[in-house]
Design a protein around this ligand. Structure first.
Ligand SMILES: N[C@@H](CCC[C@H](N)C(=O)O)C(=O)O
Length: 260
């Protein structure tokens, strides 16, 4: 059997997109999904995303990490899925879709910039040397001195598999402040078990964490990631974050078919 797939990337976080509105894809085949994401034996990607029909919204998002397991919300993947939905003709320039963490509203510009509304954040756990919050996926955030040379995979895995986060683990974001409203971020991603070039829920967590700890007074924050630039904006009132938007490019790379 052959399946048609579309490869997208959002600031270097890359995904296999599949139109599963006919529900023909083997959704529970963890080994197949991991093989499709494998960068030597498969197509290669940080994750795989299914676009499915939904009775109440434009479409449903189903997200898998490259380990083949279904996971929590993917911000860059959500942005790429909006662009994919437009390419398929499912939407024009705005949409509401459902994902594992609830409803998401989004717009896409003519030049492929997607602004995705993320879930509200009511709880930010501030510790002495790190911050933890959930932006649709769990994120550990900590500032480091020399981000450029920091051992991301080694230190990220220590935290991800350490005692802090138990069986579920967490994504881990290492941060450097560049100026009053700009930060550089490198992310170790749970379920990829390596550094990715960008993580959308991760930079959203960093932006909120930097506001919550007084590192910035801005409500629109620029994030430099290894694969490009993203922007996060929000409304903060009494430690609650609403109208949270993740904005940046979502790019179609190629279309193909693969034997499964
Ligand atoms: N790259 C994603 C995050 C995907 C989910 C994450 N790896 C997890 O399992 O929590 C993003 O852009 O948010």
């Amino acid at each position: 059997m052959e399946i048609t797939f579309y490869k997208y990337q959002g600031t270097g976080n890359d995904f296999i997109m599949i139109d599963n509105r006919q529900e023909t894809f083997s959704k529970n085949d963890t080994k197949l999904i991991a093989k499709l994401c494998d960068r030597r034996f498969g197509i290669g990607a940080d994750g795989l995303i299914l676009l499915e029909n939904d009775a109440e919204t434009d479409f449903k998002m189903v997200y898998y990490n490259s380990d083949g397991n279904q996971s929590s919300m993917c911000g860059n993947g959500g942005r790429c899925l909006v662009a994919f939905a437009k390419q398929l003709g499912v939407i024009e320039n705005k949409t509401t879709f459902i994902a594992t963490d609830g409803l998401h509203h989004a717009t896409i510009s003519e030049n492929g910039i997607v602004s995705l509304q993320m879930k509200d954040v009511d709880a930010v756990k501030i510790e002495e040397d790190y911050i933890f919050l959930d932006t649709g996926s769990p994120h550990h955030v900590q500032l480091v001195e020399d981000l450029k040379n920091y051992p991301i995979k080694e230190k990220g895995a220590e935290i991800r598999y350490g005692n802090l986060y138990g069986q579920a683990g967490s994504n881990v974001n290492f941060v450097h402040q560049n100026d009053t409203d700009t930060f550089s971020v490198r992310t170790y991603e749970r379920g990829v078990e390596d550094e990715t070039l960008s993580c959308g829920t991760g930079v959203t967590a960093v932006a909120i964490a930097m506001k919550a700890t007084g590192r910035t007074n801005s409500d629109t924050i620029k994030l430099n990631v290894e694969g490009g630039k993203l922007e996060v904006s929000f409304i903060e009132k009494d430690g609650k974050y609403t109208d949270v938007f993740l904005k940046g490019p979502a790019t179609f790379v190629f279309e193909g078919t693969v034997a499964v």
